[in-house]
Design a protein around this ligand. Structure first.
Ligand code: UD1
Ligand code: F6R
Length: 371
């Protein structure tokens, strides 16, 4: 039931304040006077010791689920101190890459039925790793075959393009980082800031959704383009990949997410006054580096659309023209949840304006159960 919405993708984008609330329900504890703020993931509580002892955490997934894991990687590394590596499921299988008994392998999948991810799970089980699932579908193959896991509880996702599952996956993996990290005196302030940020997130997402009309206007400007680049780094490298994936899969427009630190190693050659480029430059430790990327793109007359934190329009556009998308600022590791919202809206409006099928993009299936 689409309710007041025209498409499931649109409905699922706009229901993210609610889906995120459901994802966190009963799992975040902001205790009274004596009790510290903490996270409780029922599905993992008996396995946290083993996970903390593991030599490496390996995230495994495909498409949007892979991107969500990539967004959560920095905070998991920071809070756990354990090396975190990334695997696209098919590539792990192609290489028969090393997986060890001392590894914790985390399988991220909305459907829980993706063939590549499921085969990678069988492979990791054979190699003796502790296998953890992060799935949206209770009773799915991945939920059943993993040793333990967390349901993201985002509710049924019908649009082929994954939207609300992406933000819920990031939130679950941020909670996973808090759970594995445990309480130490040195990271207490950081943990509390993240937990407070999680509590506020549904409201901040609601605020970001107010960019809807602005993104529709931007889509009108981009309707006839051949290509759109998206530059990001740090926490928002994943946002660049995921924004580009949305644009290509539903709007059927070529789009590429680019790690901004790689700009000078090739992509800069593409920059001219015609090709539209989204640069994600919200406030975090990488902000000054992104400012310098913006300056270099300006110097080459790049056609920029800069995403920045509220109030930063002047700071990111020093002397340049171009458009600015201002988003609410949250704790740095949660910023990917906010930053993807305008890009989801942009992909949605581009698709409608270009006259393509929003909920069932050409050639794609919701659940990819074949290799
Ligand atoms: C569980 C209940 C929830 C109830 C809550 C009350 C289920 C599905 N969930 O939620 O209805 O409100 O207790 O305390 O009954 N698992 C995997 N692999 C996965 C995902 C999950 O093995 O990919 C396992 C978990 O380790 C756990 C079980 O499935 O044993 C349920 O996981 P989850 O729903 O996340 O647990 P709770 O949040 O505790
Ligand atoms: C993109 C999309 C796909 C899926 C991928 C993995 O919007 O939906 O890239 O993310 O096929 O699917 P799951 O998460 O079900 O394993």
């Amino acid at each position: 039931n689409k309710g007041k919405y025209e498409h499931y993708m649109q409905k699922e984008i706009h229901e993210q304040p609610e889906s995120l609330k459901t994802t966190m329900r009963g799992r975040l504890i902001r205790g009274g006077s004596s009790k510290a703020k903490t996270v409780l993931l029922g599905g993992l509580k008996d396995h946290l010791k083993t996970i903390r002892r593991s030599r490496r955490i390996v995230f495994i997934g495909c498409g949007t689920s892979y991107n969500a894991a990539l967004a959560a990687r920095p905070i998991l590394e920071e809070l756990s101190g354990i090396p975190v590596t990334m695997e696209i499921a098919s590539d792990l299988l192609d290489r028969q890459g090393p997986i060890y008994r001392e590894d914790t392998a985390v399988f991220v999948s909305q459907s829980g039925e993706t063939a590549d991810t499921l085969l990678a799970l069988e492979y990791a089980l054979e190699n003796g790793a502790l296998c953890v699932g992060i799935t949206n579908t209770v009773g799915s193959a991945i939920a059943r075959h993993t040793h333990c896991g967390v349901h993201i509880n985002a509710g049924c996702e019908i649009g082929v393009a994954s939207t609300k599952a992406y933000t819920s996956q990031i939130v679950v993996m941020a909670m996973l980082a808090l759970a594995i990290g445990g309480d130490t005196l040195s990271n207490q302030a950081r943990r509390e800031a993240i937990i407070d940020g999680l509590f506020d997130l549904p409201n901040t997402v609601r605020e970001a959704l107010k960019l809807d009309q602005e993104m529709k206007d931007l889509a009108k400007l981009l309707i006839a383009e051949q290509s759109l680049l998206v530059f990001g780094r740090g926490y928002n490298y994943a946002t660049a990949l995921e924004g580009a994936l949305k644009v290509k899969e539903v709007a059927l427009m070529h789009s590429e997410g680019i790690l901004a630190g790689e700009m000078k190693h090739g992509p800069l050659a593409l920059v001219d006054e015609n090709l539209p480029i989204v640069v994600i430059a919200t406030r975090d430790a990488c902000f000054s580096k992104q400012q310098s990327v913006i300056q270099q793109l300006h110097a080459r007359k790049g056609r920029l659309i800069v995403m920045c934190s509220k109030g930063d329009a002047a700071a990111v556009c020093a002397g340049g023209s171009g458009r600015v998308i201002e988003v609410p600022q949250v704790e740095d590791c949660l910023q990917p949840v906010i930053n993807i919202i305008p890009l989801q809206l942009l992909a949605y409006h581009l698709t409608v304006l270009r006259g393509f099928n929003v909920d069932q993009p050409r050639n794609l299936a919701k659940s990819v159960t074949t290799q």
